[in-house]
Design a protein around this ligand. Sequence first.
Ligand SMILES: Nc1ncnc2c1ncn2[C@@H]1O[C@H](COP(=O)(O)OP(=O)(O)OP(=O)(O)O)[C@@H](O)[C@H]1O
Length: 374
Amino acid sequence: MASVTLSSLHLQYPSGAVGLEDIDLTVGHGEFVALVGASGSGKTTLLRTVAGFLSPTSGTVRLGDRVVAGDGVFVPAESRHLGMVFQQHAVWPHMNVARNVEYPLRRARVGRAERTERVERMLELVGLGGYAKRDPATLSGGQRQRVALARALVAEPSVLLLDEALSALDEPLRDRLRLELQSLTRSLGLTVLHVTHDRDEALALADRVVVLDGGRIQQIGTPPELVSEPASAAVARFLSDATVVAGTRTATGFRADGFPVDVPAALLSGAATGDVEVAILPEDVDLVAPGPAADGVAASAGPGAESAVVVSSLYGRSGNDVILDWGGLTLRSRTADHRPVVGERVGVSIRRALVFPSAGAAVPSAAPAAGARV
Ligand SMILES: Nc1ncnc2c1ncn2[C@@H]1O[C@H](COP(=O)(O)OP(=O)(O)OP(=O)(O)O)[C@@H](O)[C@H]1O
């Protein structure tokens, strides 16, 4: 079984910097898991620990049933039988395409006839049939990444590690390679760990997404779970550009600290009370005609503050991306119907706000109420 299991994994760099803390994660056989998080959150450290380039300070890494790191064991990278693709510099410029792809087979002392046959098959698979003799310098960026992918897969690894493997490519090539990567890894039954800084790519490709912050796992879930039931305000902000605002929740609703923002109780989702923070997803912010708020609609309080000013307004296929100054609070809205212009005054109507204990308090054990799904 080509599963990857990380148990109580810690990694501290010699400088004292914490790379990973208390990581428990199982990537199932044939599962595609994406790792996302802000810069410095530990994505690369986690991938390199699985690869065998870094040794954990404590905890274990298992591939299938085999411990490859921890418990006094350390299996070096070349003996872990993993495929790896990095962002760039992955293809050796002094070797032609076939020599690049066959390199792992040469190392494994596979005979010439079998090497040739497997390299040809692999090049066909990644859409580079007929490119065997080409100099990598004559290939496009996307073709070079396919060579790197073919080389990662030629030795038939059961686990594929991708570190920003598509990030250096331009759209729409990147989009096409995403689709190809998904069908290829599915058809080969590969277990994949994919590090990306691109949230949309992670949500589009992965069976499950892991959100890291400060070396810790903040949340693991399917893409719809993460989008509709973020475990914290920070996850909602990172994945969905939610506006996060701190304040107090009482029986009647939420009142923000320092901003003239009230949200009635009926529109709040989540159990936390007292000092809380709310996350307002852009999809839950509607723009309406400016004026006093209607009943049951959240609005900023105070004279003259019912409306917000449009700070930026960008067209987007799945809705316009509008940033508002709402009584001093920067609020994001995604709205399909009306695209306001910068400087315009608009009314704000919030359909839902997710409530979490304030940052620093314990992470909620339960997801927001079932009715909170977007
Ligand atoms: N070689 C190193 N020596 C000391 N600290 C390191 C080293 N590599 C990474 N770190 C630290 O470990 C933490 C995690 O870094 P890591 O590179 O894993 O993050 P990342 O999520 O991959 O970031 P990015 O998206 O910028 O690549 C950071 O605080 C980083 O500064």
